[in-house]
Design a protein around this ligand. Structure first.
Ligand SMILES: [Zn+2]
Ligand SMILES: [Zn+2]
Length: 387
């Protein structure tokens, strides 16, 4: 199987490098990835995938499907292609997306014999308002057995965890008045907002380790001589502690309610972006991938400690998933920089991509051929989520 996979991969290499480079040259922000998503759709169609465009009503989302029409598991690869303002593909989603689409196409060349079905899912806006959240909510993964993707990085890293993230916006409304001649007639919305920050700061001491609450004041009044009747704050509430987010979120909401109560302001609570759930790596699946990754020459694998949040987390809570990292450079590189983006153009990056596609595809064929492996992956998932 190894030689077969590498044979197909070699025949596709130029096309995949062209795809990654084209997306690098045409960086597009989240939900505006028109050229990038089209480039993925075109190559998938060329290689025999049926592609549904405008998936779930998102213009730059797509669902590519290839069905061997023989019994077997359904395997999903998640494709990202959004860029960052000012620094283009500083997160390397050009090579990330190509790795996922490339894996789908290589596997497609093998499953007519083996059985099973492939989904290649184009998921826009990972950096801002990730559409994987909508996919997970809409049931995209209901008939999927495993979901995989891999992110470029400075090191090879085993799929790990990420932080639960709830974005919350508080709008406080009070009453304007002259701040000096008639302050007793006003209700100060900004004070309610500042009290919320202070309450949250008092709360911090009593929260579970590595929990993060960070916020800004978006609107804090119009003029110093007017009692502010409107104040708006946005917070990200994050925790790596599995199962803690609801309790934590409620405590933060209470801080805002207390600020409103103390000042007499009213309070509206909104989710201003989509919540990203914690990444829960399926260890049985991750072990299978890691073994194949090492087998093709990936070295120096580290455990991933992610201080941020990813929308693959939401997928991992509805379907056994992995989100490992692959090295694109031996230089010391930092994501979200121009230099990171430039490294995705070099042969070393494509060597990392090649190893990763191999490992993703080999893990897929292992799962198709070895029913016990898939059973152990599903058993672990069901145990974790009490299903
Ligand atoms: Zn990023
Ligand atoms: Zn990224």
């Amino acid at each position: 199987m190894k030689d077969k996979i590498l044979g197909v991969l070699d025949s596709l290499e130029d096309e995949l490098i062209d795809l990654s480079n084209y997306i690098y040259e045409n960086p597009e922000l989240g939900l505006e990835e028109f050229k990038s998503s089209k480039a993925h759709i075109d190559i998938l169609r060329k290689h025999g995938f049926e592609v549904e465009e405008n998936y779930l009503g998102f213009e730059t989302a797509f669902k590519g499907v290839y069905d061997s029409k023989k019994p077997g598991p359904t395997i999903a690869f998640l494709v990202e292609y959004d860029a960052l303002p000012g620094i283009g593909h500083g997160c390397g989603h050009n090579i990330l997306g190509t790795t996922s689409t490339g894996s789908g196409i290589v596997l497609k060349n093998l499953i007519d014999d083996l059985g099973g079905k492939i989904y290649v899912l184009g998921s826009p806006a990972e950096e801002t308002n990730g559409v994987k959240v909508d996919m997970a909510r809409a049931g995209t993964f209901d008939d999927v057995d495993i979901a995989m993707m891999a992110h470029p990085d400075g090191h090879n890293q085993i799929s790990g965890s990420s932080l639960d993230l709830y974005p919350v916006q508080f709008t406080f409304r009070g009453k304007t008045s002259h701040a000096s001649s008639a302050p007793d007639k006003g209700i100060n919305a900004l004070d309610a907002c500042i009290a919320t920050f202070n309450n949250i700061n008092a709360l911090r001491e009593h929260l579970k380790e590595s929990t993060r609450i960070h916020g800004i004041i978006v609107n804090g009044g119009e003029a110093a001589n007017i009692v502010p009747d409107l104040a708006v704050a946005q917070f990200y509430v994050r925790t790596p502690v599995f199962g803690y987010i609801e309790e934590l979120y409620e405590k933060v909401i209470n801080c805002a309610k207390a600020g409103a109560l103390a000042t007499g302001a009213s309070l509206e609570i909104e989710e201003f972006e989509k919540p990203y759930q914690a990444m829960v790596t399926n260890k049985a699946l991750s072990d299978a991938f890691t073994q194949n990754f090492v087998d093709i020459g990936a070295t120096d694998l580290k455990d991933k400690v992610l201080g941020g949040s990813i929308d693959m987390g939401n997928v991992s809570q509805v379907c056994p998933s992995i989100h490992p990292y692959f090295s694109i450079s031996s230089a010391d590189i930092t994501p979200h920089t121009i230099s990171f983006a430039e490294k995705t153009l070099l042969p070393e990056a494509f060597e990392g991509m090649r190893k990763t596609i191999y490992a993703l595809v080999k893990t897929s064929t292992d799962i198709i051929e070895n029913k016990e492996l898939l059973a152990s992956i599903k058993h672990e998932f069901n145990e974790t989520f009490n299903k």
